[in-house]
Design a protein around this ligand. Sequence first.
Ligand code: PMP
Length: 454
Amino acid sequence: SASASSFADSAAGAAVKADDRAHVFHSWSAQGLIDPLAVAGAEGAYFWDYDGNRYLDFSSQLVNTNIGHQHPKVVAAIQEQAGKLCTLAPGFAVDVRSEAARLVAERTPGDLDKIFFTNGGAEAVENAVRMARLHTGRPKVLSAYRSYHGATAAAINLTGDPRRWPSDTASAGVVHFWGPFRYRSAFHAENEAQECERALAHLEQTIAFEGPQSIAAIILESVPGTAGIMVPPPGYLAGVREICDRYGIVYILDEVMAGFGRTGRWFAADHFDVTPDLLTFAKGVNSGYVPLGGVAISAGIAATFETRPFPGGLTYSGHPLACASAVATINTMAEERIVENAAEIGEKVIGPALREIAGCHPSVGEVRGMGVFWALDLVKNKETREPLVPYNASGAANAPMAEFAAACKRGGLWPFVNMNRTHVVPPCTITEAEAKEGLAALDEALTVADGHTD
Ligand code: PMP
């Protein structure tokens, strides 16, 4: 395949860019203010542009290329499936769909043994919520502030960040609560145990005042990702399990970002020994080579729909190309010990290096994470913890983060930046040498953020 050094075709890049600017309507963007990079190719942990610049991808795109770009086994599986059968309606049984469902079910915790396939994460959340409402006959869903669940109707309303605000009029039935987060605690807790205890008490009070009989589900990211990779204190996710059981509330864990190796286990829930009633997944299930997501369903909820139809479906549910890529991805991750690699690199290389980096930079307020799922919380002042940019900043107010991101890119590193944070979320396949290369570039770029501290 073409590598960055052997590849430079600026004229071709300019043509790609011209059509993009004329005709592609981009996500989350003011269309006239963006300048997207034209990408010519990608392999493993790298991608490159048409001018011969290569970037080490510390974002895994949108935290989805867990197996890296262009893994030959996954590419071959898609090609082989394309030669056999490209599409088939969801009502039929087909070999790759059956196998993908079994491989996912074998890895999800507990009795989550039935799989409803979707085209991505938001659709998984939509359908999980729908199942919970039908199962309980109750209307409300509780979700956390500082969360991201997708950009479709129910999913965006469940999302606990500013992206919800423009659609808030449609948020009927959604109630937000505070989850645990020591560094910016809503509970003024003095330690992790107290944070956990108070967060659980706050959730119980929220339930009491909303009326337990009206609550269908509580949805949580096992480890909230987009909102800042906030690893919950031990006991929190299990505590929510107990609360859900007490009130007959369906427990939905959203593992769209944290699942399939990201945290160094197949699912983040595995770290906390907890089994939800519904588990949503997407992204890492096939690293996004073909759009795919789904809901893993417990025996209890599956039973509701044994004799009564589930009133939902998607033309492309369990799409053969997507399922073939999932089968190849999951088998390859097992054969090549890719989940184990994520755990080892996180524990031995990334975690220790980020803690050292934090000690050297006044702009790094906190380091948190596990596996290949880490966040640096950037601050103006380590003592006050004032964020480097204000909440939901844009334009000039966001300049410190924009300058930091630009410095990363000049250093050959593609960062994941959200509000006042940069996330270190490379592919699960990243090698020690690649991780060290990226960490060195990050270390250098942070001097730009340091320039904006008090
Ligand atoms: N849930 C979580 C936890 C996510 O991180 C995301 C995507 N970032 C989604 C849901 C939505 O997934 P998608 O973009 O595939 O719809």
